[in-house]
Design a protein around this ligand. Structure first.
Ligand code: VG1
Ligand code: CO
Length: 545
């Protein structure tokens, strides 16, 4: 077997966004495209000679072929060892854990997260650093820089490697050791350490019922092993549990729109006590009680307020963090606990430094990402297990816990409205024009609502002192309301405008409104303020979560 040096041209890359590089699967399948991008990653991190990397993905179309190609490029670059999930599979949180546990130099995760998969769908490559977290801005910028100047890549000949071999087994590839790891085992052990499995088992023994929807994506095998085998949930609790290359034709995005079946069940007379789902790569979560959907922002706040029931957090939280657009429900909890709360730009990479520095224990995003310092990624199943631990302790329905939380802390009505696949230039100018008007907005009123403050969010990282600008336009209004305008960094078609709406309601007797109804005047104001209909030709959002 030999390694070849292949001459190549810079690729049509783009700066890896909030979660790595995402493109149509067909783009990643172009001859040399994946090889170029992976070589660019290696070049950007000073090569991989002598290094150990973790590799795995969410099982979507092209994952297996991509894993085999990446093994060959790693061998061509003389990496020391690659730990690859059996079948090329690893959830994002499991990959993060494995990097940390095995003290690897980093990892490559193959996923476009909640974006649909398949030949017509999306594929993605994400690079994580040695702390187990997504590459920070400096690294993604360096990777992008390399994609613009790359002229060659190195690749070992096709080894015909068996990705389905026995876990623990190793093979030699041009002097590089490839080790197959069980994708579930280490992660499962970690969860057993964090949570009170006895208490949760006892909860299931009382006849507590649950449905977990794996959405035909990566979390299925993890959920089956932990919920059904370890915790004694009845067989069939986990549905859509086998990862499929096209996710069964669905959108593996755990929200009321895309996890419709689960939502319908939970709102019906046959609803189990608890429902949950996770996304393509296993880092997001949806939490829903019987007749009660829990918004990700509320879930984050409830988890933080009750975390001490779990052994891992019994000593209290050091601090908490949320992305700026995430509702301030968690801020109220932090005030009550007397701990710090940090607001970061969107994207998990911004939590890494805070977690590494021991400033925060729990963090989360409005987009259904919640996690803690146990790994450096958001973790869907972790959130589900913490909820279960809380339910095992409190023995009250989810709806009840939620209402009590609002009564204690006030309710933050919250929704995100997405305008998808809009004209990229129109969306960019909508944002830049709004940005230009920011200094004039405070003190004025739009659609009958007074603007208190308007800013273009910039983040000063308190740990590494870097500044990141242009992270979303935040408008604060009278009555403790807020709206944020931001362009998505993960879409693959045109642009996606996200409008985030938040309204604080301290009065218990006004906390029972339907979310969209409560937010309707604010949504109207947002639309008027940015000239949404004229500029984008849209009168209503594509998705409201
Ligand atoms: C979206 C979410 C963001 C999340 C990111 C990656 O980014 O809004 O909160 O961190 O996806 O999540 P954007 O730029 O499209 O708004 V995942 O589950 O794709 O790793
Ligand atoms: Co994801």
């Amino acid at each position: 077997m030999t390694t070849r040096r292949i001459e190549t041209e810079p690729i049509d890359g783009q700066k890896p966004g909030t979660s790595g590089l995402r493109k149509r699967t067909s783009v990643f399948m172009r001859p040399g495209y994946l090889e170029n991008f992976v070589q660019s990653i290696f070049n950007a991190i000073g090569g991989v000679h002598g290094k150990t990397l973790v590799l795995g993905g969410d099982g979507r179309h092209f994952c297996r072929e991509a894993a085999l190609t990446i093994l060959r490029v790693a061998a061509g670059n003389r990496a020391e060892r690659i730990l690859v999930g059996r079948g090329g599979l690893l959830s994002t949180p499991a990959a993060s854990h494995l990097i940390r546990k095995r003290v690897a130099d980093g990892g490559i995760i193959l996923s476009a997260s909640h974006n649909p998969g398949g030949p017509e769908g999306d594929f993605g490559v994400k690079f994580n650093i040695a702390n187990g977290g997504p590459a920070p801005e400096g690294v993604t910028a360096a990777i992008y820089g390399q994609t613009r100047i790359i002229g060659e890549y190195f690749i070992a000949d096709d080894p015909g490697f068996d990705l389905d071999g026995e876990a623990g087994g190793t093979a030699d590839l041009e002097g590089m050791t490839v080790e197959i790891v069980d994708p579930v085992a280490d992660y499962r052990r970690l969860m057993q350490e964090l949570f009170d499995f006895d208490a949760i088992r006892a909860l299931f023994r009382t006849g507590f019922t649950m449905r977990f929807d794996g959405m035909h994506a990566i979390t299925g095998p993890y959920a089956k092993a932990i919920l059904e085998d370890d915790l004694g949930a009845p067989a069939g609790t986990v549905v859509n549990a086998v990862p499929l290359p096209d996710f069964g034709g669905g959108h593996p995005d755990p929200n009321p729109v895309w996890a419709r079946d689960l939502m319908d069940l939970m709102m019906s007379d046959d609803a189990p006590d608890f429902g949950a789902a996770s996304d393509g790569d296993g880092d997001r979560n949806m939490i829903v009680g019987r007749g009660a959907y829990v918004t990700p922002s509320d879930s984050l706040a409830v988890l933080a307020a009750n975390a001490t029931v779990a052994p891992a957090y019994a000593g209290g939280l050091k601090g908490v963090a949320r992305s700026m657009p995430t509702s301030r429900a968690i801020d109220a909890v932090a005030r009550d606990l007397g701990i710090d709360v940090y607001a970061t730009p969107t994207g998990w990479k911004f939590f890494g430094n805070l977690l590494d520095a021991g400033r925060v224990t729990i963090c989360g995003e409005e987009s259904a990402g919640t996690g803690s310092d146990h790994v450096r990624e958001k973790d869907g199943l972790w959130a589900v297990l913490l909820w279960l631990n809380i339910l095992a302790e409190r023995r009250r329905p989810v709806a009840n816990i939620l209402r009590a939380h609002w009564a204690d802390f006030g309710r933050h009505y919250y929704s995100r409205h997405d305008y998808e696949a809009v004209d990229a230039e129109a969306a960019a100018s909508l944002i830049s024009d709004l940005r230009g008007r920011l200094p004039d907005l405070p003190g004025t009123s739009v659609n009958g609502m007074g603007i208190v403050a308007a800013e273009d969010f910039a983040y000063d990282d308190p740990v590494d002192k870097t500044t990141t600008t242009g992270q979303g336009i935040e408008i604060r209004l009278d009555g403790n309301a807020r709206m944020i305008f931001r362009l998505s960094g993960t879409g693959t078609e045109g642009a996606t405008l996200r409008v985030y709406l938040e309204l604080f309601e301290p009065e218990t007797d006004r906390q029972a409104q339907e979310t969209q109804a409560a937010l309707a005047p604010l949504a109207e104001t947002a639309s008027v303020l940015c000239g949404l209909t004229e500029r984008l030709g849209r009168t209503s959002p594509d998705v409201m979560t």
